[in-house]
Design a protein around this ligand. Structure first.
Ligand SMILES: Nc1ncnc2c1ncn2[C@@H]1O[C@H](COP(=O)(O)OP(=O)(O)OP(=O)(O)O)[C@@H](O)[C@H]1O
Ligand SMILES: [Mg+2]
Length: 542
């Protein structure tokens, strides 16, 4: 064949003929191109695929159950983006929404996904190829034969499982209840926080008594926010700040606080393995687990005794039912807290993970400590093993799956030296008057020129009259009539230079966060501290 004709080959259409399902994503996970095979696999029109953020596309077209492969896909893509490695994932479950003659049904697919980074000439990552092998048929065949073998095993565990499901449903219900009111409580706490800051930052000389009392109010509202966060974790609705971390470092971090919690005659012994593997977890969760266990041990001991905190690696060789959960074979890090206190009888042991179960006198225990740990451990796919003997003591062992991922911390950096003042014009859009006034007064103290709008319509009017003079819009996401998202879309069309910060009281999941953090806009969660907001403003404006 002549050389010219070879060059003239249209490689794109050639690749489209290949029976391979793939998507080409850019570095912001926007779907730039979908292969014909992928379009056919999902039976969705091409223009409803290309141009959308991958996870937004999934959200629209898939059911987002807990055990779907979407969370794992996020982790895998995160790894590709950060470490620039190729990722070949195990088989994952995806539940696709199908519209047949106007009726919504779902189709379960098993996909093996590979994520391959593509680099430009300067070795900068600019695309990812997401290749999908649909292995649904072979997995279903395998499952059918496995099902027969497992039938006997399953009946053995059935009662056990039923109890676990009931327990987790109860927790979920509490989480849902808390989720419903968390928006309002977060708004109230934000007002309390901001007004404390206004008092503390006011230029007049405030008396030391007022200062102390105000700091006390701030501390209490922080405590309330933490409690709310803890209750929300039952419903798995709060945002997780997952990082790859070393549990030993967290223990060392909070050791001073732990010692302060213990009376003089309770000794805290540490045996931390040096070669401990990392785990993928939210550091505040690990802190909560350790704190709750230590406080329980302290209360079980009373006056004199020993608490031992240990960490070690442990390999589980086959899938087993261990302690509170089923465990997959693999590497784990075990955190153990033991005491020589009063111990528990079997009846108490059977109820310890129930929310609000406490044997402590009124006012001393809420009965949420171990329920919180249960929920955290469940989310991280670990387990809790309890050994207790009446009169001798108790040991809790918490298994966390080990990880070799190195994800970046999403933590707010503590930036102490930056100048938080500014003169820019900022529009605050919030339907709750007290909250918008608190925010506005706080920003004015730092020199900003603040405008207020009660809803999206007023906001648009103000923006139109001021034009590009407004540098930043701070808006609630959820507002009656005109949502923050809709407002943002209108602003982007009218004045694309205006920056946007979204306030949210709902504990949004990673997905919504991704959706809202496109195009430079950012999220800040209520209740926030004034300083957090000021730092965010600086990040966004400059
Ligand atoms: N180390 C321990 N030794 C003996 N009993 C324990 C121990 N840890 C927990 N328990 C029992 O389990 C119950 C539930 O513990 P949990 O931590 O959930 O709640 P709490 O400690 O009573 O209250 P909270 O932790 O919310 O302040 C306790 O009231 C106690 O009876
Ligand atoms: Mg407790």
């Amino acid at each position: 064949m002549a050389k010219e004709s070879k060059d003239e080959l249209d490689y794109k259409s050639l690749s489209e003929l290949l029976p391979i399902s793939y998507l080409i994503l850019d570095e912001n996970l926007i779907i730039k191109s979908a292969s014909n095979q992928f379009v056919n696999l999902l039976n969705i029109k091409r223009h409803l695929i290309e141009g959308f953020n991958l996870f937004y596309f999934f959200k629209v077209n898939m059911h987002m159950e807990e055990d779907s492969g979407i969370e794992n896909l996020k982790l895998s893509l995160d790894k590709v983006l950060h470490e620039h490695t190729e990722e070949f994932m195990d088989i994952q479950k995806f539940n696709i929404k199908v519209n047949q003659n106007g009726i919504q049904t779902q189709v379960l697919k098993y996909w093996k996904v590979s994520n391959i980074p593509i680099f430009d000439r300067n070795k900068k990552l600019n695309h990812i190829i997401l290749k999908i092998d649909d292995v649904t048929d072979s997995v279903k065949l395998k499952l059918m034969s496995l099902d027969q073998n497992k039938y006997f095993l399953r009946t053995r565990y059935q009662t056990d499982l039923k109890e676990k499901i009931q327990r987790s449903q109860k927790m979920e219900l509490i989480g849902q209840l808390a989720g419903g009111i968390s928006h309002d409580i977060n708004n109230m706490l934000t007002i309390v926080n901001l007004n404390c800051d206004i008092i503390l930052n006011s230029s007049q000389n405030i008396s030391p008594v007022v200062k102390k009392q105000t700091e006390q109010i701030k501390k209490t509202s922080k405590h309330a926010a933490k409690l709310l966060h803890q209750i929300l974790s039952f419903g798995k609705k709060q945002r997780l700040n997952l990082i790859s971390l070393n549990i030993n470092l967290i223990i060392e971090d909070i050791e001073k606080m732990l010692i302060r919690l213990l009376p003089e005659n309770i000794e805290l012994k540490k045996e931390l393995s040096n070669e401990i593997e990392n785990v993928l977890a939210d550091p505040t969760h690990i802190e909560q687990v350790i704190l709750n266990l230590i406080i329980n041990a302290r209360d079980a001991i009373g006056e004199t005794g020993i608490i031992k905190i240990e960490t070690s690696n442990k390999e589980i060789h086959e899938d087993i039912s261990l302690g509170s959960h089923f465990l997959k074979a693999g590497h784990y890090v075990v955190l153990s807290v033991g005491d020589n206190g009063v111990g528990m009888d079997p009846n108490t042991q059977a109820r310890i993970f129930e929310p609000f179960f406490s044997t402590k006198e009124e006012g001393k225990g809420t009965g949420l400590g171990l329920a919180t740990i249960y929920s955290i451990v469940e989310q991280s796919k670990g387990t809790i093993v309890v050994n207790s003997e009446l009169g001798k003591g108790t040991t809790f062992q918490i298994y966390f799956p080990a990880t070799d991922l190195k994800l970046n911390s999403l933590k707010l950096e503590e930036q102490n030296n930056i100048n938080l003042e500014g003169k820019e014009k900022i529009l605050v859009v919030e339907d709750k008057e007290e909250l918008s006034e608190s925010i506005s007064n706080s920003l004015k103290i730092y020199g900003y020129d603040v405008y207020l709008a009660k809803n999206g319509y007023d906001a648009i009017e103000i923006i139109k009259s001021k034009g590009n003079e407004i540098k930043l819009v701070i808006t609630d996401i959820i507002m009656p009539l005109f949502s923050g998202k809709k407002l943002a879309d209108s602003i982007v069309q009218l004045f694309p230079e205006i920056k946007i910060i979204f306030l949210t009281g709902h504990a949004d999941d990673l997905l919504i966060r991704n959706e809202f953090s496109r195009d430079g806009s950012m999220l800040i969660e209520k209740p926030f501290l004034l300083k957090q907001l000021l730092i965010k403003i600086k990040e966004v404006i400059h």
